[in-house]
Design a protein around this ligand. Structure first.
Ligand SMILES: [Ca+2]
Ligand SMILES: [Ca+2]
Ligand SMILES: [Zn+2]
Length: 330
C-alpha cells in the first residue's frame, strides 16, 4: 500500500510522496528554529542513573534485574527510562557546521509475533515510509534545522519471534540484538517490535565504547508508531525521529527541567516537564527562564503532529557526537 504523508503546518502544506528509497537526500530551507532542551530521565533510582564515563553501572543494574517494564496503554509512559547520561565530546571535535553532511546506513529489523498486521508484521512499503519520515525530519523538511544527516536503507529483514516482539525483558532485548544487529558504529539499527509497552527507546552513542553493551546500540520502536500505524497520536513515524535523536547524542528538551543546561543545547529553552499532547498555541511556558517551551521539538514528548523540528544547536551537537563516538570505530 502506498501512502502519502500530508502535514499542514503554519500555512505550509507539505506533501511527501513516500518512495522506495535507495538514498534519501532531501533538502529544505531551514525554518525558524524553535527551542529545545533535554528530558528528565525517569531514573528508577539514583543508583541506576550514574554514567560518569567510567562504566555502565545503570545497565549492569538493569541486566541484573531483568527489567520489569511498566506498560503505558495511553503512552503516558512514552519511553523506557534512559539509563545513560549523554556525554560531552572534546572541544574541537569535527562538526557543528551548516556544510556538514554524512549518510547513515540503516538496517531495519521487523520483529513480529506472526504474519498479520496486529502481530507486528509490517510491509516493505511501510518500512520505506518510516525511513522517509525519519530522513525528512533530520533534513528539516518539516521545519527546523537541516542536520546534514541523510539516510540510506541498507537492508530490511523479517523475524518471527514472540519473545523478541514482546520485548518484556532486558534479556530478550540482548538476545534479539545479538542475533540481528548489523554493521558498525556508524550504522543505525532500527527494531520494530511491540515496544514492550513503550513507544520506543534508544541509547546514547557513547555506548559503542562498551564491549559488553555495544550490542544494544540502536533504536527500538513500537511498530504502531510507524507512519499510518495503530498508535493514536503517535503514528506519523516520529518516535523513530525522537529515538534517533538520542542515538545521535541528544537528550530531552526537558532534561533537568528549569535548572537549565540539561540538554547541552543553548537554543532550546528550559522546559520544566515533558509536553503532553499538542498545546493549541505556542505559548506553553513551564520555566520562567527565557523562551517558550519547545513543544515542537522532536526531543520533547509531544504528539507526533506537534513535532516539526530539531534546532541548529541540536544539529551541531549531533554532528559532533557522530564524529567523536561513531566515526572511525569498528
Ligand atoms: Ca537547552
Ligand atoms: Ca520559559
Ligand atoms: Zn526520549
Amino acid at each position: 500500500m502506498h501512502r502519502t504523508h500530508t502535514r499542514a503546518r503554519r500555512g505550509h502544506l507539505l506533501a511527501v510522496a513516500a518512495a522506495g528509497l535507495a538514498a534519501l537526500a532531501v533538502s529544505a530551507s531551514p525554518a525558524a528554529a524553535h527551542n529545545v532542551s533535554h528530558a528528565a530521565k525517569a531514573s528508577p533510582s539514583s543508583a541506576l542513573c550514574a554514567w560518569n564515563g567510567g562504566g555502565f553501572s545503570s545497565l549492569d543494574a538493569l541486566a541484573g534485574r531483568s527489567a520489569a517494564r511498566g506498560t503505558g496503554a495511553d503512552f503516558a509512559v512514552r519511553e523506557k527510562a534512559q539509563l545513560m547520561e549523554d556525554t560531552e565530546v572534546p572541544t574541537g571535535t569535527t562538526g557543528g557546521t551548516s556544510s556538514f553532511t554524512d549518510t547513515i546506513d540503516v538496517y531495519f529489523h521487523v520483529v513480529a509475533a506472526g504474519k498479520t498486521p496486529k502481530q507486528g508484521w509490517v510491509s516493505q512499503d511501510h518500512v520505506d515510509e518510516q525511513i522517509s519520515a525519519l530522513a525528512l525530519s533530520l533534513s528539516g523538511f518539516y521545519g527546523g534545522y537541516d542536520t546534514g544527516f541523510k539516510l540510506r536503507l541498507a537492508a530490511t529483514d523479517y523475524t518471527i519471534n514472540k519473545a523478541w516482539f514482546d520485548q518484556a525483558t532486558f534479556s530478550d532485548e540482548v538476545a534479539m540484538k545479538s542475533a540481528l544487529k548489523r554493521g558498525d558504529s556508524t550504522d543505525l539499527n532500527i527494531y520494530s517490535t511491540s515496544g514492550g509497552g513503550y513507544l520506543g527507546w534508544a541509547y546514547y552513542p557513547s555506548i559503542v565504547t562498551s564491549n559488553q553493551y555495544r550490542v544494544l546500540d540502536g533504536v527500538v520502536i513500537h511498530y504502531g508508531s510507524m507512519p499510518g500505524g495503530s498508535v493514536r497520536n503517535y503514528n506519523l513515524g516520529f518516535t523513530a525521529s525522537h529515538e534517533t535523536g538520542h542515538w545521535l547524542g541528544l537528550a530531552h528538551t526537558f532534561e533537568k527541567g528549569c535548572i537549565g543546561g540539561g540538554d547541552h543545547v543553548s537554543d532550546t529553552p528550559e522546559q520544566g516537564v515533558p509536553t503532553s499532547g499538542c498545546p493549541a498555541d505556542n505559548t506553553q511556558d513551564t520555566c520562567s527562564t527565557p523562551g517558550w517551551d519547545p513543544i515542537h521539538n522532536y526531543m520533547d514528548y509531544s504528539y507526533d503532529r506537534c513535532y516539526t523540528q530539531f534546532t541548529k544547536g541540536q544539529g551541531d551537537r549531533m554532528q559532533k557526537q557522530w564524529s567523536h563516538w561513531r566515526l572511525g570505530r569498528a
